[in-house]
Ligand binder design. Structure first.
Ligand SMILES: [Zn+2]
Length: 156
């Protein structure tokens, strides 16, 4: 069962993130809720940033808006969110995260899908907290509303 049709139908960040969670749940059996997504202007070689110990993911607006091909743009969004979601699940080691992300992409989309390419090529440069702090001026953080959808099953 491939998720590629669902990714084509996805309309926004929340749709794509719901697919990230489904894919990770299927491959690794792990799940987490309560994350917040921001868009921000990060350096070109950085896909996204997840400040350790927070529930925030900052996606690089430049990377997403610079990609004209929709299929490719969605592949970036999916794979970059997947990478940061794995960090948020507690995987710290960069090589391990990349290997897991590759596995999740192959198992859920098949080898030919662009998400697999992106999971190999990146951009996967990580920012340090210091580098991130120095960006603050041009960053233009913007919160993505309704990033996480709840279907009722996780409400206590
Ligand atoms: Zn990383």
């Amino acid at each position: 069962m491939s998720l590629s049709e669902d990714l084509e139908k996805a309309r926004d960040y929340a749709d794509i993130f719901a697919l990230v969670k489904r894919a990770v749940k299927r491959t690794l059996g792990e799940h987490r809720v309560g994350l917040m997504l921001y868009l921000g202007n990060l350096p070109r070689n950085v896909g996204a940033f997840h400040p350790l110990g927070t529930n925030e993911i900052i996606l690089n607006r430049r990377l997403i808006e610079g990609e004209r091909c929709e299929r490719r743009r969605k592949a970036y969004i999916f794979t970059v969110l997947l990478h940061e979601y794995l960090h948020a699940l507690g995987y710290v080691d960069e090589r391990r995260v990349r290997a897991l992300a590759y596995r999740v992409c192959v198992e859920n989309f098949g080898r030919e899908h662009p998400v697999v390419d992106v999971s190999i090529t990146g951009p996967w440069t990580d920012l340090s907290e210091e580098e991130f702090d120095e960006l603050s001026e041009g960053l233009e953080l913007e919160l993505v509303k309704d990033f996480e959808r709840f279907d009722g099953r996780y409400i206590v």
